[in-house]
Design a protein around this ligand. Sequence first.
Ligand code: URA
Length: 242
Amino acid sequence: MGEKMRLDKLLSNMGLGSRKEMNDALRYGWVKVNGVVMKYGKEKVDVETDEILYEGKPVKYQKYATLIMNKPQGVISATDDHRHQTVVDLLEEPWCNMNLFPVGRLDIDTEGLLILTNDGAFSHNLLSPKKHVPKTYYAKIDKPVDEKDIEIFASGATLEDDYLCKPAELKVIDVNESGISEIELVIYEGKFHQVKRMFESVDKNVIYLKRVKMGGLDLDPELMLGEYRELTEAEMDLLKMK
Ligand code: URA
């Protein structure tokens, strides 16, 4: 025996549509439970043992969903906003009906790995400062990044508000002839605008920023900007790794 849930709620939570749409579908006779057409959304079903068909197709109950997205620039890491498109606006059915929210934030102009979930505990765990889940960023910096910056970041950069950052690992990938640097930075915390502020503390500016890894999980190179997919259990475990 599993948890009991209203039929309209279960169908809606599984991303098949709004509660209202599910009640319409029920009235049209599109839903069967254990072989019997059910007309009322208020009926309770057992999420594990009852066999539910929607338009003849089995509905498998899944309590939580977690997605990986390659966030594009121009969208904000929120669930709704009156000015900008949000990462949740990028989701199609069934995901847009599943109350997913972003785990932490990437700035509007930052790209890359963003996790969306409706599992509050999972999100909380990933964001917990005690867990120190590493986040790896690739960035372009407007000036040459040198050994001194590497040392400062390794011992802890001091931000403009005197916040002392945790030690971070900075690697210079390339400095081109115009002095623009490509770098990779691993941080173990997630303060507001942290990467940008760390570089500002050494008089440099981030001109492009992309998160490429969280915990042990790399951004999937198959995901184009704005694309997303569900994470596997194994990938969810990788995320939590140091
Ligand atoms: N650091 C930043 O400055 N911005 C981000 O979006 C993420 C980390």
